[in-house]
Design a protein around this ligand. Sequence first.
Ligand SMILES: Nc1ncnc2c1ncn2[C@@H]1O[C@H](COP(=O)(O)OP(=O)(O)OP(=O)(O)O)[C@@H](O)[C@H]1O
Ligand SMILES: Nc1ncnc2c1ncn2[C@@H]1O[C@H](COP(=O)(O)OP(=O)(O)OP(=O)(O)O)[C@@H](O)[C@H]1O
Ligand SMILES: [Mg+2]
Ligand SMILES: [Mg+2]
Lengths: 256, 256
Amino acid sequence: MRNILSIANQKGGVGKTTTAISIAAALAASNKKILLVDADPQANATTGLGIAKNDVTTSNLYHVLIGKAVADDVIVGTSVPSLDVMPSNQDLVGVEVEFVTMAKREERLKNAVRNIDRGYDYIIIDCPPSLGFLTVNALVASDALIIPLQCEYFALEGLGQLLNTVKLIQARLNPQLSLAGILLTMFDVRNGISHRVAEEVRKYFGSRVFATVIPRNVRLSECPSYGMPIFQYDGASRGALSYMELAREILNDGRS
Amino acid sequence: MRNILSIANQKGGVGKTTTAISIAAALAASNKKILLVDADPQANATTGLGIAKNDVTTSNLYHVLIGKAVADDVIVGTSVPSLDVMPSNQDLVGVEVEFVTMAKREERLKNAVRNIDRGYDYIIIDCPPSLGFLTVNALVASDALIIPLQCEYFALEGLGQLLNTVKLIQARLNPQLSLAGILLTMFDVRNGISHRVAEEVRKYFGSRVFATVIPRNVRLSECPSYGMPIFQYDGASRGALSYMELAREILNDGRS
Ligand SMILES: Nc1ncnc2c1ncn2[C@@H]1O[C@H](COP(=O)(O)OP(=O)(O)OP(=O)(O)O)[C@@H](O)[C@H]1O
Ligand SMILES: Nc1ncnc2c1ncn2[C@@H]1O[C@H](COP(=O)(O)OP(=O)(O)OP(=O)(O)O)[C@@H](O)[C@H]1O
Ligand SMILES: [Mg+2]
Ligand SMILES: [Mg+2]
């Protein structure tokens, strides 16, 4: 049973891509073979790992979803050993409309990733900030889901809508899908709202919230401009240490 | 000619909603009559102005777009004098697929707002973090566009894609659409990346970047939990002062 993990939240800018790249790199550093699937037309996970968007214009997830290529054709390596990427591209913007009449359109990604035979221990899927076609495809393809939650008011507001969508998907499209956990991100100790949001989330969701909290740490926002994950950029930073702790938590409790 | 302004950027969490609410409230405080249209299914602009999502489940932008209601029916007042809202709701999530076979589907919002006869000086449209149906509808309905740009690497990366989409819309759907300006948001003086991004944006876009820069200011992230814009919550904060300065810049140079 392969572990396929989606990183999803329709609220924008909550740390989905940063979490996807950091978990993927941390697991790769723990002797696991990892594939990171970039399911966001913005392609931030692709460039955040040093792959130029212009190098993959004819060979990326879009071509796999429309059936012009198989996953194996488009997967590329990264500067991180044991970490591969299925890159994305802005062509993905149009898939929701392109596929509207196609039967079982929500299973396109599931069929694509389930046939990959390269011995990956984990497949991590970075989702766009929406509850549309691409995110639904990712959740249908996944065994579990991590919800990054920025410690801010607007982010907390959207959590209910996301959990409703997850329940619908579990009921109709993917009964296997479980919630690996809610991850508190960009926590700022100096900021009252961070504490209030964290308290409220732990009150409602208890053990479904990861013990690891990701602090706001400027090094996390610097590393993508160098095309490398936090561990290569500044392994001793609070950002790197917290994501390494999270990877251990994921590996140890076998939640996903 | 009425001023219809979209606040758009497909990158998530860059300050679109905060900018839409703050500009709308600042213009309302400058004796202008303002309508804020919430075109995001997350409905953050709706709740950020104190309107409960559950109060508008049967009467919001969704019903206007599907033709079940006219704009006048769904517009509600706020605690801010001269500021009304056309609220949103999560039903909007499905419109992209629902409308796929409808002719001129990209003009639904334009037709809805152009017929409102309540003497608004400005109509401000808050967009979701995507380049899909709702954002295209907003840009087709608009006279001008403001692009909030968070001073971070991933946000800078997406700017090219957004400007390409704007050019396509100008060429095919709305030749009137102009760029009111790029607004630097969440600028943190202590953070090297903020300075680097700001320098790069001014180098490429020169006078198309607003002189006003919005600093990172915790008061801006606190006010939505009280359902009020920054001016009512903390009018002396750096966040409030910078958005008041921006409103003056918009009014003075008649860009939009
Ligand atoms: N813990 C953190 N501390 C400081 N900055 C962070 C942290 N996590 C992410 N960032 C920065 O915040 C911004 C938003 O993060 P990111 O792009 O990962 O969010 P996202 O949810 O993937 O956004 P989108 O909704 O656009 O896909 C980025 O510029 C990123 O570098
Ligand atoms: N200048 C600022 N300083 C500090 N916090 C801010 C600032 N502007 C916005 N915020 C906070 O940052 C978060 C993201 O801002 P906001 O929700 O306005 O962005 P958005 O672009 O509308 O997001 P989305 O892409 O989800 O629609 C919110 O929690 C908001 O309160
Ligand atoms: Mg992302
Ligand atoms: Mg918003």
